[in-house]
Design a protein around this ligand. Sequence first.
Ligand SMILES: Nc1ncnc2c1ncn2[C@@H]1O[C@H](COP(=O)(O)OP(=O)(O)OP(=O)(O)O)[C@@H](O)[C@H]1O
Ligand SMILES: [Mg+2]
Length: 249
Amino acid sequence: MEADRLSYRYPDGRLALDNLSLNIEPGERLGIIGASGAGKSTFLLHLNGVLLPSSGAIRIAGEAVGRGNLTRIRGRVGIVFQNPDDQLFTPTVEEDVAFGPLNMGCNPAETAERVALALHQMKLEGYEKRSTHDLSFGEKRRVALATVLAMRPSVIAFDEPFANLDPAMVEQLIGVIQGLDATVVLISQEILPAIASVDRLAVFHAGKLAAVGPALEIAADRALLQRCGIDFHFYAGIWARILKPPSAP
Ligand SMILES: Nc1ncnc2c1ncn2[C@@H]1O[C@H](COP(=O)(O)OP(=O)(O)OP(=O)(O)O)[C@@H](O)[C@H]1O
Ligand SMILES: [Mg+2]
């Protein structure tokens, strides 16, 4: 999968992606970090043609995403949107998770098997008949994740999957992502779960690719993170103060 000199301008004239090139290897897990407004979600929406480039191209297995192949591309690339309300549209949790597999032509038995596994992965057993409308935001996010997991796409793109999840669920999701037999693209402002989930990290800054490399190397480059407005090291200072042994009298 590759972005080749990708630029995108929103209809109001704002340039959200600026000549951005990035290769993602099959089976790789790539994280994307960057300040709010850096262009992360805009990039993700290009991976299955929700947005089409203003210039440049996105290629999936050599095939440029365009109006002519959206159905095929969307069968291969699943996106978990930043806002779960954009993903969920049927009355119950079970129907929402079953929608994708049924739409892909899975028979009822296969659909039921996929729904059960996806609900299990997102710890949603017992939620089957619940109305998605009435769930908490974090619960909706888990259902949105389950809807895409149930489709078993060969590329899964997650936009802020850890937002609103409690620590136990974050840990569960990291395990699920690590176990996926898919190429993973993961946007996260939550740097630690991102580092735990991916092999490489790309840093976006003002619509451009500021850096890409092994996750731990990128995370250790404090000057880079400061330059791009995403220095997370102050969390370490807070932890150091919390864990500091009580000072001797
Ligand atoms: N529909 C839109 N119309 C005009 N500008 C937009 C639109 N959506 C996003 N933008 C602008 O494009 C830029 C990139 O937005 P994008 O949503 O990709 O950022 P992001 O990196 O995902 O940020 P966040 O971390 O807050 O989700 C921002 O300046 C944003 O204001
Ligand atoms: Mg975003």
